[in-house]
Design a protein around this ligand. Sequence first.
Ligand code: ATP
Length: 313
Amino acid sequence: MRHVHVRAPGKINLTLRAWPPTEDGYHPLETVFQAVSLFEDVVARPADEVSVEIHGRGSDLPTDGSNLAVRAAELLRETAGSESGVHLTITKQVPVAGGMAGGSADAAATLIACDQLWGTGLGREELAELAAELGADVPFALTGMSAMGTGRGDLISPVMSRGQYHWVLALQKEGLATPDVFAELDARKDLTRSSSENAEDDGGATIKAGGEVVSALLSADPLILARTLHNDLEEAALALRPELGDVLAAAERAGALAAVVSGSGPTVAALALDAPHAASVADVMRGAEVASEVQVVTGPVAGARVIEQVGRH
Ligand code: ATP
């Protein structure tokens, strides 16, 4: 039967800087993403309507129009002026609400899959525009590899990276809602302002931090990359989920080079020296029982791409 199979990666944030919200309520961000080998597989088959079924993680996610993959298919259909439908089968490896942009990966994979299935012939650039409409992390899921994200994290500039990095991910059963983490960040900033005269962010230092991670990625040396990991959302995520302090401490005790909360959390990414070191850090972290699951992944990996296509439109 005719189908298109697309795979898109989850991401971690190597660095993330957030400024106070602007008038539109969004926090300007500067982040360096790395796509890692935890994947969302989306298989698209011709159908009369747009529908989705979810396997693996997130089988309790909504399958109506609020599902990001359904929104992606509907947006593409409208844009292309098509009347085709699609049935999407998603197999999720990326944790739901884990700070790894699994929903965004589903949306990116769906755009590519439906574009192929329906033969809409939109270029990569037009698909990237639709991606940005769907959510701030969707453009990166299309691009993959390593990239700097500014604006809401949706303005993507690819970053050159050498070598492969080995990460140990500590996943939690219970996700964190991104808006809650930003709200906590704002509340904490207000506290800082009232207790300190000097609470303004140092824009100069921020630019330097972004530059540091970009050079570190060129070094292919995990020891150098380890020194640059940073997340402005970490304190807020820790305030909402104090147990994450135990995860970070366990990663350190396990001998990780460094560990950081990914995006809005609660996933923690711990950097290892190489594959055997990652396996040993993972074993120790499993023994510490601070996470519902511990996974070893590598990065960077490619963005959303077609894995298999059977039949033509
Ligand atoms: P980010 O890092 O981009 O802020 P996240 O990784 O923390 O996101 P996601 O799993 O991408 O979180 O999605 C967050 C929310 O989006 C979920 O709690 C869910 O309610 C909603 N959602 C809608 N569609 C999907 C989907 N296909 N997969 C996952 N979540 C979805």
